[in-house]
Each structure stands twice: as C-alpha cells, then as structure tokens.
Design a protein around this ligand. Structure first.
Ligand SMILES: Cc1cc2nc3c(=O)[nH]c(=O)nc-3n(C[C@H](O)[C@H](O)[C@H](O)COP(=O)(O)OP(=O)(O)OC[C@H]3O[C@@H](n4cnc5c(N)ncnc54)[C@H](O)[C@@H]3O)c2cc1C
Length: 378
C-alpha cells in the first residue's frame, strides 16, 4: 500500500472557488480529495463574477483573509494556469464628496499601497485622452490600489478543478449531486462517497443540505445584474475600476467622509441606492468589460433581469468612460450567499462535517484563504 492510499480522505461538496480552495489546501496537506459537483461544469457564483480580487478595499477579518489569499492566487496561476494578473484597482472620484473619501483612505495607507491620482492622471488610466469625452465624464481624482488582482472568472474554477482532478490524490466528480451528508459519508446521485471528513461548500445552496443551519446563519440569496460590454475605446488591459457606490459598499472606505457621500448620492442619484448598486467593471483578457452590479436580497432569487436596472448600471459605466452608450454582448444574473449575521459561515452541523459559505459577496477575494484556514484547523 502506498502512502497515498493511507492518507486521510476528504469529500467536498461544491466545485466553486470555496470548495476548490479547500481541495487545493487539502491536497497540499496530504489528503485524498473527492470533490462532488452537481453540474457538468461549475456555473454559479464563481463563474458569474467580476474576478476582482479586491484585497485593498476589505477591512477587518476580510482584509486579513484577502491578504492571505494573494499568494495563493499566484500559486494557482503557476500550478493550474489560472489567468491572474496584478491589475490593481482604480477608484474614480467624480465629485468633491467622493474625492474626500479617497483622500481619507489614502491618508491611512502607505504610498505603495494606495496612491492618490489627479483628475488628469485618473483620466489617463481610463484612456479618456483617446476620446472626446464631455467635461462631466472627466474624473476629479482617482485612487490607485496597486496590490489588487483580477482573475479571469470565465476560466478560473474550471482550471483549478482540472488541476485537482489531475492530482494523484485528487478527483472531481461533475454531474453528481450530494443528496445527503452524514458522519463519514456523502450520499450522492451516483452512489456513496466515504470520507474521514466532509466539507460542504455549496455557496447559497447550503440550506438544501442543512436547512436549519442556513436558517440559524440567516443565509439568503443576493441576486446581481451583470453584463459584458465591448470597451468603448481602446483601453489596453487596465485596472479594475470602482466608483462612488463602491465606496459605500467596501469596508475599507469607512470613515467620517462617507456620510456626506451617501447623502450626495441619495439626493442626486437615488436610483443607485434603490438598486443597491456597486457600479464597477473589470477588463477581461479579450479586452471586453464585465460591468455591474445591483443587489437584491431574496429567499429564492427570481430569474428576471429588470431592464431599467440594467440601464441605470450601463449609463453609469458609460458616463465614467465618456461614452454615449455601451454595446452589450451578454447579460446574466449572479447569485451569492448573503447574511446579516456573519461574513463567513463556518459551522460543524454534525461531527466530521464542516459547512463553509462566504456570505458577503467576496469569495473570489477571500475564498482561497478561507479554504486554507479550514484545512489547517482540521
Ligand atoms: C455577480 C457576482 C459578482 C461578484 N463579484 C465578485 C468579485 O469581483 N470579487 C469577489 O471577491 N467576489 C465576487 N462575488 C462573490 C463570489 O463570486 C462568491 O462569494 C463566490 O464565488 C462563492 O463561491 P462558492 O464556491 O461558495 O459558491 P459557488 O460558486 O456558487 O459554488 C457552489 C457550488 O456548489 C455546487 N453545489 C451546491 N449544492 C450542491 C449539491 N448538493 N451537490 C453537488 N454540488 C452542489 C454548485 O453547483 C456550485 O457549483 C461575486 C458574486 C456574484 C454573483
């Protein structure tokens, strides 16, 4: 018997970024790993996002996890061929209230972590010098966060799953649904998978397997409207771009200047607050832009995309880019797990089983570190 056959067995439900983060950490720690994924390819939150690994904009424990995740992304770029690039993040300010938030942010950071840009520099970073943009489109200021990454969301989880499956101690079983999880075993649609420990990384679907756990954790579905658009002018491959509504969303922008910004947006652009927008975009390897997003909480997210909501988001991104309109190539809805009770749900519903869901919409940023921490703690 080889040492690989004696290694402890781990079964993981879910081949999204969180399940695969656990799989990679467990393989590195010497486990035998079986990942069970209901779909033929993972197509839920981990495929539908911006791919923004926004380390600099997270605060508290999420900030710590995000910093731990950075080297893990680089390691997967090298080992699994994940397309991750140090894009940095550009936060654009288009009003004095937004600029004040950026100034507060930069004052608390080392210059190598956050650099304030003039309006002209921010315009150059968006390549607005190449378009006859209106004055309204010109940024007043910007903030460059050079540490952040963008990982290609269209290919990342598929490549990590392929790496896990190719590992001598790893296996990914697609098109296999976990119907029940018990002590030492997962009952699936294709038979029993035995394991010494089970990780349930089912994202917003955790309640299908453990409804009481999801109820206690206050887990709901957050639905987001997204689109992929053609870049309106030649942009090269640039940073992820955040705007004023992003400042309201991410913990690291919290500070005295934020309330004035919230009041400004409420007075001048109330529709952005009504759809709980985080107007942002990332650039894809083919140069197209993933733009979004709105947020709406549901017990079960309805499938319909509200065209008015899409137009609010698209108009806002077009204004940032000085474009009269954007050519939409694709639209979709993304759903992630959300909760008001905790940022990350990590509980042991029964002995030998750990359920892990990132309940903040930051799984691409923190997920790899969440997996590493769970495995280190087993
Ligand atoms: C539109 C959108 C934009 C986002 N943008 C960003 C971003 O830029 N940066 C960032 O950090 N985060 C972002 N997020 C959040 C991030 O995508 C999620 O936090 C993360 O993908 C969650 O990963 P997961 O593995 O928990 O969930 P998922 O990716 O949903 O994976 C769960 C998997 O479990 C499988 N599964 C569930 N139940 C079973 C079962 N019973 N049997 C077998 N398989 C099962 C599902 O099929 C699924 O593949 C965004 C999310 C969305 C929706």
């Amino acid at each position: 018997m080889t040492s690989a056959n004696l290694a402890p067995r781990l079964a993981i439900v879910g081949a999204g970024i969180v399940g695969l983060a656990h799989a990679v950490a467990a393989l590195d720690a010497g486990y035998r790993v079986t990942v069970i994924e209901q779909d033929a390819v993972a197509v839920l939150a981990s495929l539908r996002n911006f791919g923004h690994v926004g380390v600099s904009v997270q605060a508290g424990e999420l900030g710590e996890l995000a910093r731990e995740a950075l080297p893990l992304w680089w390691s997967l770029a090298e080992r699994a061929g994940v397309e991750a690039r140090r894009s940095g993040t550009l936060v654009v300010a288009r009003s004095a209230a937004e600029e004040a938030v950026l100034q507060e942010f930069a004052a608390e950071r080392a210059p190598e972590d956050a650099r304030l840009l003039t309006g002209a520099e921010a315009a150059r970073a968006l390549h607005l010098d190449r378009v006859a943009a209106t004055g309204a489109a010109r940024p007043l200021a910007g903030l460059l966060l050079p540490r952040d990454l963008t990982a290609d969301p269209r290919t990342a989880v598929a490549r990590i799953a392929a790496w896990v499956h190719a590992h001598e101690r790893g296996e990914v079983r697609f098109a296999t649904t976990a119907r029940g999880v018990g002590v030492g075993a997962v009952e699936t649609s294709r038979g029993l998978v035995e394991a010494d420990h089970v990780i349930v990384a089912a994202g917003h679907l955790v309640g299908r397997l453990f409804p009481e756990l999801a109820d206690r954790g206050g887990v709901r579905e957050c639905a987001l409207q997204m689109a992929r658009v053609r870049a309106p002018h030649a942009m090269g491959i640039g940073p992820a771009v955040l705007t004023g509504t992003s400042m309201l969303r991410y913990g690291a922008f919290a500070g005295p200047a934020l309330e004035a910004l919230r009041a400004e947006i409420a007075a001048e652009r109330p529709e952005l607050l009504q759809i709980d927008a985080n107007v942002m975009f990332t650039q894809q390897v083919d140069g197209t832009l993933i733009v979004g997003d709105s947020h709406a909480g549901h017990d079960t997210a309805p499938p319909f995309l509200d065209e008015r909501w899409s137009q609010i988001l698209l108009d806002e991104v077009a204004a940032v880019l000085g474009a009269p309109r954007l050519e939409v190539l694709e639209r979709w809805q993304g759903v992630y797990a959300t909760s008001r009770r905790q940022d990350i749900l990590r509980v042991n519903p029964i002995p030998g089983v750990t359920a892990v869901s990132v309940t903040t919409g930051t799984g691409m940023t923190v997920g790899l570190a969440v997996g590493a921490r769970t495995i280190a703690g087993l």
